[in-house]
Design a protein around this ligand. Sequence first.
Ligand code: F6R
Length: 590
Amino acid sequence: MCGIVGYIGHRQAAEVILHGLSQVEYRGYDSAGMAVSDGRGMRIIKDVGKLRDIHAKHNFLSLEGGIGLGHTRWSTHGPPCERNAHPHYDCSKKVAVVHNGIIENSRALKAELEKKGHKFTSDTDTEIVAHLIEEELKGKKSSSDSILSAVRSSISRLEGAYALGILVSGEPRLFLARRHAPLIIGKGKKEEMFFASDMAALLGYTRDFVLLNEGDLAALDAKGMQIWSADGSPAVRSPLHVDWTPQMAQKMGHDYFMLKEILEQPLTLAAAVSADVADGVKLLAGAKRPAVVACGTSYYAGLVLQYLLHRQKRTASAYLGSEYASWHTGAEDVVVAISQSGETADTLSAVRLAKKEGAKVLAITNVVGSTLSREADATLYISVGPEVGVVATKTFTGQLAVIYKLAYSLSSNKKGLEELAAMPSQVQQMLDEVHEPVHHLAKLMSKRKNFFFISRGIGWPCALEAALKLKEITYLHAEAYAAGELKHGPISMLEDKVPVIAIAPSGALAPKMESNMRECHARGASIIVLSDDKTILSEGEHSLAMPKVSEDFVPLFYILPLQLLAYYMTIELGRDPDQPRNLAKSVTVE
Ligand code: F6R
C-alpha cells in the first residue's frame, strides 16, 4: 500500500528517497512527498500525482541535506490532494511525519489537540502525530532527550496500526516506530542508515536489514541505531541478509512487470518446488483440526490446499482472512496462513485470533522477515523473488508449488513429488505453445464485456483466480462458478455470445463439464474451452489445447494461459496491467 523511505548519511537524502520511492511505486499511490533536513532547517515538497510529475513540477532534488523521509500515499483518510499528502507537520512546521496504517483514536486526539489551540491543515489521521509531538515539546528546552521522550510519549497514545517515520528540524536523528504495519531498517556500508516499508525500496543500496518488532521505537543516526521495545527497554534486533538483487525487480526488456513475471514462472516454480517443507509437515502431521486462512488470490491457493488435505482425509477448512472471526470454532489447532506479502491485515488478524486460542501457525509467504513470518511458529518460503506487478501471478503458482510439496510430503506421495519436480520444464513447454494462440484470443475477447469462468473440483479455484485476474486489470465484468452451479441461477445471465471460459481437463469430471458447456452453448454463449482432450476441445467456439497433467496440477497449469489472456486483453484495452486502479500490492488495513 503506501510506501515509506528514510535516509540519514553522507548522500543527498532526496536522491535516495526519490529512488527508493520509485522502487515501490508498484504498490499503488495517488500522491507523494518528502521532507529533508540539512541539520539546521527542514523543507517539505508534496503534491498529488505520480512521483515523476511531482518531481518535474517541484524538483525534489532542490531539497538539500543528508537527513530525510518520503512517502507515497494511497488515500484512506481524506481524498488525494496536496494537503493530504505526506509528510504532515505540526503548527510550527518543525516536526514532519510519514505514516502507513490507520490511527484508530485519531478523532479523539484531534479534538483534544484542537482544544489546546492546534490548527490542522489536512483530513488525515497522520497529522495528529506531528501535533502530539509539538504539544509534548511545549515549554521544554529542545534537546535530544526531550525530543526522544516527546516522540515516545506521543506514540504511546496511538491506537491502531502504524509504521511511522519522524523528522524533527534541527535534530540529527530520525525516529521510527511500528505496530501492525511493516517497517525495516537498512544498514549502509559506511556511515549511512536507511529505513523503508519494503525491502525493494532499498535493494539498490543495501541487502542488510534489521527488522523491528511490534511496538518498537528506533532512532537512527548515520552511524547506527538505537531500538527500544514496547515497554521502553533498550532492545537488540537480529540482522538479516537477503539474496534479492535490484535486477530481480527490473522489467528485463518486457513492456510490463506482469508479463515478465508470467513468463519467468518456469524459473520461479523451480525455486518454489525446492522449498524445505519439513517444519510444515511436522506441524500438520499432528494436527487434528487444521484450518487455512488467506485473502484474494492467496485464498484460492488455500482452496487447493483444503482440497489436497481433504483427499488425505484430513478435515481442513479454508477461510477468508476477513471472515475467520465469524466462522472459527476455537478448536483449530494448526492454522496455515497464506500471504505473498506476509502483511495482509485481514490474514494477520485471523492469525492473531487463532494464536490467542492456542493454535499453532504455519505461514506460507514470499517475504523473509514479513510480519506473518515473524508471528508464525514456522514459515515456508515460496522464494519467487520480488513480484512488482500489483496483481499476483508468480506468487500464486509459487504458493501452489509449496502447497503441493507440503501435502505430498505429508502423505509420503512419492509419485506426486516426482511429478511436481518435473513441473517447471513442463510449464516452460506449455507456455511456449500457448503464448501466441492466447495473444490472438485476447484480441477477440477484448471486445466483449462480460465473462464467465467455469470448472469443477480442483479446477474451480483456478476458475476463481482466472476471473479475478481478468477483472482486476481489464475492469471488465467476470464471474467464476463451479460449473454445476450455473443452472441454479447464473445461467439466466447467458445470452448471445457471452464468453464462457471452461477449464475442462479430461478425467472423471469431464462428462459433467461437457454437459455444462452444452447447457451454456444452448443459451447462445460462446464457449472457450481449455482441455487436453480433443473431443472436449471440439465443444468450443474457440479452444486452447493443453498438455495432459494429473488432476491435482490443473490449477497450476491452467492458470498460466489465463494470466496471459488477462494480460493481453488489458494491453488491447490500453490499460496498465502493472498498476490497476484502486489496487495496492499489500493491503495493510482491515
Ligand atoms: C490479486 C491479489 C490479491 C492478493 C490479496 C492477498 O491479484 O494480489 O487478491 O492475493 O490481497 O494478498 P497477500 O497474498 O499479500 O496476503
